[in-house]
Structures are given as C-alpha cells and as structure tokens.
Design a protein around this ligand. Sequence first.
Ligand code: 13P
Length: 251
Amino acid sequence: MRKNIVAGNWKMNKNLQEGIALAKELNEALTADKPNCDVVICTPFIHLASVTPIVDAAIIGVGAENCADKVSGAYTGEVSAEMVASTGAQYVILGHSERRSYYGETVEILEEKVKLALANNLTPIFCIGEVLEERQAEKQNEVVAAQLASVFTLSAEDFGKIILAYEPVWAIGTGLTATPEQAQDIHAYIRSLIAEKYGQEVAENCSILYGGSCKPSNAKELFANPDVDGGLIGGAALKVADFKGIIDAFK
Ligand code: 13P
C-alpha cells in the first residue's frame, strides 16, 4: 500500500545546536501527539549523526539532502551514500531543483546517485518539477517525463523502493503554490508514466509528494487529492508548529 508521507527539507539552515534543538522539539511534539503519516526530516550532512539517536525511529525518519555520485575516494568535500547510511539515516533527497540548477546535476549524475543510495539501503526521495517558463509554455509534462529518465532505468523492484516528489520550481520558496487541481493533474500524469513503465501495481504503490510553499493552511486541500500522497516541505519544516500543522493535515 502507498504511504502518506510528510518530509522536511531543512536545506542550508540551522547550525548543529539549532538543528539538534529543532529535532528534539519535533520529537517531543510527535511523541505527545502521534502522526497519522510517515514523517521524515532531511538535514544537512553534519546534523545526521547527532539527530538520528535523538528521534524515535518509529515516528521520525532521518535523511540527507544529497549524496555523492561516486562510491569513495579522492572527491574532496563529497559525502557518499555509504557515509550517510552509517549515521543511521534512512533517506536521501536526490534531484532537488536547487541541486539541478546551482550544482549542475544532470539526469545521468542523478541516475548514479539513485543507484548508490539504493545500494546502501537508503530510500531516495527523488525530486522532479518544471520552472516557470516551462509551465507557462505548458511543457511541464514533458519536463517531468524527461527527469524521470534517471529512475526509469531501475528494475521494478528497485523503483518500488523510491519516493517521488513533484516540486514546481516556481512554487519553491516563493509563496506561490500549485493549485490542488494543478497538483492532482501532474501527479496523475506522473503515476500514469509509472504505470506505463512498470505496471499498475507499482504505480499505485508509489508515494508522490508535492513540494512548493506547502503550509498548514493549504496542506489539507493539496493532500486530499487522490494522487498527492503528502508533501516535501522547505521553509515550514523549520518551525515545529508549522511542520506539525502540515503533518496534522492527515488527521
Ligand atoms: P518551500 O516549502 O520552502 O517552498 O520549499 C519546498 C522545497 O524545496 C522542499 O524541498
């Protein structure tokens, strides 16, 4: 069965002490009032080893925001999927639009990253989504279909282990959100591509999250759509009240 998931992406925010405090506060809030969905926090690399032991793994999963496209060796400054897994983290965001646009991550690089994440038993949260000009030109379907090439070389079994996140770039950090109809339309299209490639059952079981200015006030109507299985949350994941407000959309 497909899971409902709310995942936070802290991006490059919070120093170590602040991150630990945020994780503790979230853990307390969700221990006191248990979520009705899976909850994941994806933190900067340096937080992972400190955050994993302080959250209840039955309630909160922990993930990285990226990993290297190489196994190990002379790649100064990089962090491998194996290193991420060794902290106790179980997830990794891959293909975020900020990585694609600022750090030149291509379909091919991302294919390597996804494979290495899976080889190290990490669950990739694989992001796709169009920029504003592409949406205005009504090219969003073509764009996401091309981005899915990174994961469409996986076996059906491996594809079944990944989570997808549709994040329209024009909605990220802008306060603009896709309407529930826009989200549902493209999520249904993404699911149809999965069904074409891997069959109906794999498509039905794949969680597809929405990301882009998701907040407590719009989460419920976004998640109410049949093909929207939760959210990937940026800014609102940095405050426990906001993040919990989004998690509570599933109550
Ligand atoms: P915002 O929620 O801040 O728009 O960011 C979304 C995002 O990029 C999550 O990965």
